[in-house]
Design a protein around this ligand. Sequence first.
Ligand SMILES: NC(=O)c1ccc[n+]([C@@H]2O[C@H](COP(=O)([O-])OP(=O)(O)OC[C@H]3O[C@@H](n4cnc5c(N)ncnc54)[C@H](OP(=O)(O)O)[C@@H]3O)[C@@H](O)[C@H]2O)c1
Length: 323
Amino acid sequence: MSLYRNTVWFLKGLREYTKGGYESAAKHFVAEDLQVDVTGKSYMITGANSGIGKAAAIAIAKKGGTIHLVCRNKDRAEEAKKEITTSSGNENVLVHLLDMSSPKEIWAFAEKFKAENRLNVLINNAGCMVNKRELTEDGIEKNFATNVLGTYILTIALLPALEKEEDARVVTVSSGGMLVQKLDVSDLQFEKGTFDGTMAYAQNKRQQVILTERWSKSNPKVHFSVMHPGWADTPAVRSSMPDFYEKMKNRLRTEEQGADTVVWLAISPAATKQPSGLFFQDRTPVSTHLPLASTHSSPADEEKLLQTLQDMAQRFSPEACTA
Ligand SMILES: NC(=O)c1ccc[n+]([C@@H]2O[C@H](COP(=O)([O-])OP(=O)(O)OC[C@H]3O[C@@H](n4cnc5c(N)ncnc54)[C@H](OP(=O)(O)O)[C@@H]3O)[C@@H](O)[C@H]2O)c1
């Protein structure tokens, strides 16, 4: 079954996720969608010092938005800030240092941020594919800690700030790779069998799609979306998937092409005309399952994912840490 899914997914990718796929989809884009002025609105982008996150930050800064860059490395963050301000002419770019794999740090950051700032849009972009099973200092598997638990805690911690604003949005950068995975709540931290970083990443990205669907139902004041950027030429692809990169490097999207739907979901009025909770590719809602693939999860499994994340998040919350 997984051979079937992987083959169908790869063929779909060759058609749709490449630069050529972007160019044919872009023929149907509506230019006016992005002709907006977002001066006065504030946008938080995690992992904004490189790749898709930085390209999205530049595009939104050009439209006047205040940009909060959330990055783990001070030098890389300051370097990106310089590039974003220079290329956009927008000085309202702020750096926040945060390791998205540290639940305690995320809680503390979100509490402080909410007390000092407004937030209109959260873009959950930071992501990783760690190819060996490694644990964070809290003993959590690194891909899960960054891609799922970190995304979960940052989002729920910032929801009260988002809910105060008109037209609040949460955009999560998932991956089409999630199409090959069915939610597996029995082994969220990949303790069983042989560890496969690509499949761990795909499982994490499936979980982000499910989280978005669930959040959209429980938080009607905020518009949630999750998306696939296509295959874009970024540092993560070069370092985590060197064989794939070698094979595909001439067909990969630019970082700007990868960021296009992120930007569209974050700022265009057209995006929120779509229902909350959908999965997008090239500005269009698309299926979260491959044809004939048995990747649908049960409500009970989805509930278990939510409950586990809630329990883990609670364990690292400020209340639990001071108790
Ligand atoms: N490029 C693609 O083809 C593709 C396809 C599907 C999905 N995506 C998704 O797109 C998103 C952006 O990735 P990208 O391709 O643009 O790669 P990238 O340029 O390497 O960007 C990833 C960003 O995430 C940050 N990050 C990773 N772990 C972090 C942590 N623990 N705390 C804080 N920041 C952390 C990285 O920071 P450092 O610079 O410090 O490492 C970097 O800024 C990811 O969620 C990825 O899964 C990309």
